[in-house]
Design a protein around this ligand. Sequence first.
Ligand code: AMP
Ligand code: MN
Ligand code: MN
Ligand code: MN
Length: 271
Amino acid sequence: MLIDLHCHSTCSDGSLTPAELVKAAEKRNIDMLSITDHDNMDAYFGLPLVSPVKIIKGVEFSTTWNKCVIHILGLNMSDQCMQLQHVINKQKDARVQRAKVISKRLNRCGLIGGYETISTYKKSWQIGRPDFAQLLVKQGIFKDVQSAFKKILGRGKIGDVKSQWLSLTKIIQAIHSAGGFAILAHPLTYQFTNTKLKRFLYDFTALGGDGIEVINGYQNSDKTAYLIKLSQEFRLKASIGSDFHHNSAWSQLGCTTDHIKNQIDPIWNYF
Ligand code: AMP
Ligand code: MN
Ligand code: MN
Ligand code: MN
């Protein structure tokens, strides 16, 4: 089976529209796809309902735990749930406020009126750090997106503005009230020690967290084995996804399940 429960469209920081993502998934014979944009489910408005690909409604929420930013996927949710809509609106406000603060801070790096400039061409209200990185490159201030992140937008840099994301408790509750599953995204990107990651998983499961991504994009087999072990230890369901944003040699839609399916409790069996 080919499964992809984590990817991004133009409704956040991806470069394909939701319909183009579904078409690409059809071409690659993917069995199941979830478009999980950052803090919104706009991708599901007007998406073609008839497709050989099974579409699972999802989102990738930003939240904080012990002052660390954590990403939580909500999978298989109804987008009609009032509590979920309320949470999405709050996260949207937090993003807009944060984008304005990032914009002001980047004045010091020679980027004037960044927020206003991005707003003129960005179709989605979702303005995040990648938009600022791309604009910095367009204006010749940095040579590429990676350098912009490395120098000013990455963790702890001037453009890494802390935001008032809703708490982990509220995010998990909203996902559950919409009938969905809460999954820890890319567990190895937070640069936690093994002990800290386990402390997080202890809190996460106590709050009702349901699962953990055991594959996120291209990943070596040691990492996959470690994440599968954690999923077993904490009795968490396992999810997999490409975290696809743009077409490149390094990122393709779809993950195979054959080599891991006997060691995990697959989240997709519950959809
Ligand atoms: P935001 O949600 O606005 O904080 O932006 C986070 C997004 O920025 C992530 O989902 C990635 O798509 C992208 N990102 C984070 N770190 C990097 C990096 N070092 N280089 C390129 N893109 C990055
Ligand atoms: Mn992203
Ligand atoms: Mn993420
Ligand atoms: Mn993502």
